[in-house]
Design a protein around this ligand. Structure first.
Ligand code: CMC
Length: 382
């Protein structure tokens, strides 16, 4: 007789650890990094400060932030070997190239694995700093342009835009890029963070963990959702078509990307923040982006009416990201790569925390296949 087991599909509702890094309140639609409200951080903080907060567990004072910034800037450059590797794959999927480059970063580290927290924070800083440089280089090469070196006079997010676009962004764009980085920095034990923890629970090094995180981020149910959402908006084309498109999609049991969440059963607070920026960019956006803004607002209204309160399916962070990325000059193929660049700090912070009390992840599966079959030699098989 087989034993009775309960299967939690997709680990729905399963707690895997205790953490002080991030609280997602899916019922109230609230998000906290180390106890601080995401709204406050998006408005008043910077990505660099948020990185410090996530890694060290407290907001930095002035001197600490200056020192931390120095360290981040000191790690921005990437090696010639890495540039050659990226150049060799410039036609491949951008997140695939970033993931491959992440593996390669570890080759420049004499000791990729360390059990020491201070050393792992140094490695995390290296990963957080170099990833946007790699992402920007991939973006440049995709357009047949030269790689641009980092500019130390610029902050983390604006430097990323500068390396990608080739000119220094104005204050408004720098702030928006910074907000995008902050909102994507961390989100508790989502699929990619869990993948990172699974890899590192074997005591594989932090680079291996982040590489695993990037692999899990790729799909349209996770980090690929913003790309899928904007492609849907492109398919809709004219804002007037929005309602019919959504109606038909739902009738055909197709998901509307950028909506729904395993934890949030109400409006994702990150989406709420991003929505406020749609208004701010409208006056300076071209026709295509303004069309996307109109489509997204109409789709949001209709989805909330149809599936919001009744099914708990609300906009998530990926729904409004697309028009904002495009406004910043970030092309569709780079969306998930930017997401990954921002999330490196979340992945690393979780690994460092988890290693304080490491336990190998090794869940079970219920075997429902046959047993004790007779082995037939190949010549006798029909
Ligand atoms: N549009 C239409 N129906 C949906 C949607 C959606 N976006 N999301 C869920 N549903 C329906 C789904 O069809 C299913 O219906 P039924 O019970 O009739 O079969 C029900 O809701 C439950 O869906 P599920 O996919 O089993 O539930 P989940 O908890 O695994 O869903 C999710 C989480 C994010 C995978 C899902 O909402 C989804 O696929 N959303 C679209 C992709 C997306 O936007 N992902 C980004 C998530 S936020 C950023 C990040 O962390 O990456």
């Amino acid at each position: 007789m087989t034993e009775q087991v309960e299967i939690k599909e997709g680990l729905d509702g399963v707690y895997i650890t205790r953490s002080t890094i991030c609280k997602v309140d899916g019922q109230q639609g609230k998000l906290y990094y180390r106890g601080y409200k995401i709204e406050d951080l998006a408005e008043k903080s910077s990505y660099e400060e948020v990185c410090f907060l996530l890694l060290y567990g407290k907001l930095p004072n002035k001197t600490e932030l200056e020192d931390f910034n120095k360290k981040l800037k000191g790690e921005r450059k990437i090696s010639e070997n890495l540039k050659m590797l990226i150049k060799g794959f410039s036609t491949a999927n951008t997140l695939d190239v970033l993931r491959t480059a992440m593996s390669a970063i570890s080759y420049d580290d004499n000791q990729p694995y360390s059990a020491d927290e201070t050393e792992n924070i140094e490695k995390a800083i290296r990963i957080i700093s170099k990833t946007p440089t790699i992402a920007a280089a991939i973006g440049r090469l995709k357009q047949g342009k030269e790689i641009i070196e980092p500019d130390d006079s610029l902050g983390h997010a604006e430097n990323f835009l500068y390396m990608l676009i080739g000119s220094k962004p104005d204050k408004e764009k720098s702030k928006l890029m910074d907000v995008m980085f902050i909102l994507h920095a961390e989100h508790s034990s989502n699929a990619s963070t869990f993948a990172t923890l699974v890899a590192c629970s074997t005591l594989a090094d932090i680079y291996a963990g982040v590489t695993a995180g990037m692999a899990a981020l790729k799909g349209p149910l996770h980090g690929g959702a913003d790309e899928a959402a904007i492609r849907m908006m492109r398919e809709i084309g004219n804002p007037e078509n929005t309602e019919t498109y959504i109606e038909e999609a739902l009738a055909g049991k197709r998901k509307i990307m950028g909506f729904g969440h395993r934890v949030y059963k109400t409006y994702d607070p990150r989406a709420r923040i991003l929505k406020t920026y749609l208004d701010k960019i409208k006056a300076n956006s071209g026709e295509e982006i303004n069309n996307f803004i109109s489509i997204s607002l109409r789709a949001e209204k209709m989805m909330i009416e149809k599936l919001g309160k009744s099914h708990g399916i609300w906009p998530n962070v990926d729904f409004f990201s697309g028009p904002l990325y495009l406004y910043l000059g970030i092309r569709i193929e780079l969306f998930d790569t930017v997401f990954a660049s921002a999330r490196t700090v979340g992945w690393c912070s979780h690994v460092i925390e988890y290693w304080k009390n490491n336990k190998l992840f090794r869940p079970l599966e219920e075997y429902i296949g046959e047993l004790d079959l007779g082995y037939t030699p190949i010549e006798e098989r029909t």
